[in-house]
Ligand binder design. Structure first.
Ligand code: MIC
Ligand code: SF4
Length: 641
């Protein structure tokens, strides 16, 4: 039996475990990336391991999320990350150099390598044939220290593309189509390989749009073959030497195969508040639009920006629409400016934002109240834009421009003929904004600079054999990490200050939660299916841990979040019978007895002291996970060992 692309890379990097679906495997990690919103914590964790240098082939620290510097906090964190990077062998990408995933693709990614990043959209690297996965900061810290990365061996899905995209139908529409087909839970436990005749017409940035948004499927990662298209891209980045061909074997076996005919695809749009809430753009025709944002790690490549410029050229946006453009990297911005396309964008009335995440993570540019915002981004979770009652829709850059020009949701195919966009053969390379680490010989003399916003890592507690605690919160299905630990301009600067952050925990669901949880001392959270989807932020586990949450019981969990919970020493348990979810109410007192024996047998019995009901909870932990929980989290476990 042959291998899929992902299986080939896994085989090459396998440290332990068997490549059978569902078993725990550990992988050697070649490259890591961090961004600042998760990076401060990741580097504090790396420092706690007391290692001198990173052991990876390449580790890069990006500053792209918290770039507003509305107080000293961000600037201090940037300085901390820069000094820690210099000391420990990590490349530092300065604020303004671009969004981690875009820059990594341009300058560092390599086909057939493994990459983990403390950001859930790390699978963007799958666009050039990397096995790239999002992970919690602590897992990234361990990988930087040379430790293995543990995952559950995923199923293999294949998406076959036939035909060719019609004008005004784009890679973003392919991403939305697969979300329509599979939903935000449909990729859980799987790696999605893209293939078929149709991929040869998709450039690397287009492929990266698709692998980037594969995160919204809950997939472990998504991957394209490394082929002539990949070679051309690497060549234009002056990195042809990094190219190696990579494809699946003819007789590779897939657990699911999905066919998409590109000839038939139409412009699509994801409606509030979920990326899988997908309909055709034409079905929403005429909906008034207040704001349009073009950028984010999904759609901020030079190709995206050149198309936007060509469509805006000589036109003026509607006075009722506010349009922002954030190019993905300094390279994109420079080339856009050099060829004159930036002037076409600015002349149309658009606002130019920094090459950073910006509005995608609510760092400014929040919509007006009850506003309709069309964004080329990947997430439209409730409240994420910073305006609680805004309606955020996800679209392609072409659909975004059509809305900016007409003031309403408009099928971009009505814009006429798609102008020809010529991509340069060579990209402008200037790496001055990437600072290499100090040589080993000078590392000792480098002082790590810490600001007052960096507070000590919260103390975790080992799991005990019995737990009696109240349900401090009961929530529904598809709770995102943006619900658990919101971001945005007001909160994001405090990512290294867990006590401060904790005031906002679950703020979208119930503002009284932090105070009640603290008062209880220890508590339980009950959730529905796909609990913890979205971001990789370990703060969505560390903050509940700080507030005393000992156990989360849900119908099912998202991959990165379940790992973050275990790393934080919080026990994630699932209902054997999902109907038992309905029998528990918020404020009930639950008792879990014989937890250690249950960890070994695979199930724990819950007794609801308030109503007398019982339920069986599943706990399929590996030996390693049991030890981590008993130690009170991965950091405590790593220190013990
Ligand atoms: C996101 O898109 O939600 C983020 C912000 O990039 C997060 C990381 C974070 O919360 O810092 C992610 O996707 O992992
Ligand atoms: Fe940044 Fe948005 Fe991409 Fe997250 S999804 S890395 S916030 S641009």
């Amino acid at each position: 039996m042959g291998y899929t692309i992902a299986q080939k890379i896994i085989k090459e990097h396998l440290i332990s475990g068997e490549m059978t679906v569902g078993s725990e495997i550990s992988l050697k990690i070649d490259q890591t990336l961090t961004q600042d919103a998760t990076g401060t914590m990741a580097y504090l964790e790396f420092e706690a391991m007391e290692l001198d240098r990173v052991k990876t082939e390449r580790s890069v620290a990006y500053i792209d999320h918290n770039t507003l510097q509305s107080g000293f906090e961000n600037a201090d964190d940037h300085r901390y990350i820069q000094s820690v990077a210099e000391k420990h062998g990590i490349y530092f990408s300065r604020p303004g150099n671009g969004i981690c995933h875009q820059v990594h693709l341009e300058r560092f990614g390599k086909p057939s390598k493994t990459l983990i990043g403390s950001d859930s959209h790390t699978p963007t690297g799958g666009g050039i044939g990397m096995l790239a996965m999002g992970a919690g900061g602590l897992d990234v810290a361990v990988a930087m220290g040379g430790g293995a990365y543990y995952i559950t061996m995923p199923k293999m899905y294949k998406v076959n593309l036939t035909g060719r995209l019609k004008p005004f139908v784009t890679a973003k529409d392919i991403s939305l189509e697969i979300l329509r087909i599979l939903s935000v839970k449909g990729g859980v436990g799987a790696i999605i390989e893209w293939g078929g005749e149709g991929i040869k017409y998709l450039s690397v940035p287009e492929r990266a749009t698709i692998t980037n948004m594969g995160t919204e499927l809950g997939a472990t990662t998504s991957i394209f073959p490394s082929d002539e298209v990949t070679r051309e891209f690497l060549k234009s980045e002056g990195r042809e030497q990094d190219y190696i061909p990579l494809s699946s074997d003819e007789d590779a076996v897939y657990d699911k195969v999905i066919d998409i005919n590109l000839d038939e695809l139409k412009p699509l749009i994801a409606c509030p508040h979920s990326p899988d809430n997908v309909v055709t753009v034409e079905s929403l025709k005429g909906t008034k639009v207040d704001q349009v944002c073009i950028g984010s790690c999904t759609n901020s490549s030079l190709l995206d920006m050149l198309k936007v410029a060509a469509l805006l050229k000589g036109k003026t946006i509607k006075p009722t629409v506010s349009l922002s453009i954030s190019p993905g990297s300094k390279q994109v911005l420079t080339m856009l400016s050099d060829c004159g396309a930036l002037s076409d964008i600015l002349a149309s009335g658009a606002r130019l934002l920094e090459c950073a995440c910006g509005p995608c993570i609510g760092m400014g540019f929040s919509p007006n109240s009850a506003g309709v915002s069309l964004r080329t981004f990947n997430r439209n979770f409730e409240g994420r834009s910073g305006t609680a009652d805004a309606g955020v829709y996800l679209v392609s850059p072409e659909t975004a421009v059509a809305a900016a020009l007409t003031g309403e949701i408009t099928d971009p195919r009505l814009l006429g003929t798609m102008p020809k966009v010529k991509m340069p053969k060579k990209f402008k390379i200037n790496d001055t904004a990437v600072i290499p680490p100090a040589p080993v010989s000078c590392a000792d003399s480098i002082k790590v600079l810490r600001g007052p916003n960096i507070k000590p890592f919260p103390k975790s507690r080992p799991q005990e054999d019995t737990l009696k605690a109240q349900v401090a919160l009961k929530v529904g299905d598809n709770i995102t990490t943006d619900h658990i630990m919101p971001a945005g301009a007001k909160i994001l600067p405090y990512r290294s200050n867990i006590p401060f952050l904790s005031q906002f925990c679950f703020g979208v669901c119930d503002k009284t939660f932090p105070e009640r949880a603290l008062k209880l001392g220890q508590s339980i959270v009950v959730g529905g299916s796909n609990y913890g989807q979205g971001s990789s932020r370990e703060h969505a586990a560390l903050v509940p841990m700080y507030l005393g949450v000992r156990v989360v019981i849900a119908k099912s969990f998202a991959r990165i979040h379940i790992a973050n919970l275990i790393n934080a020493g919080i026990m994630p348990l699932t209902f054997q019978n999902p109907d038992d979810y309905d029998k528990i109410s918020q404020d009930d007192t639950l008792v879990l007895n014989d937890i250690f024996a249950g960890m070994d047998s695979g199930s724990i019995t819950l007794t609801d002291k308030t109503n007398g009901n019982t339920a069986t909870l599943v706990c399929n932990f590996t030996d390693r996970q049991k030890k981590i929980l008993k130690a009170g989290g991965l950091l405590a476990f790593t220190k013990e060992n």
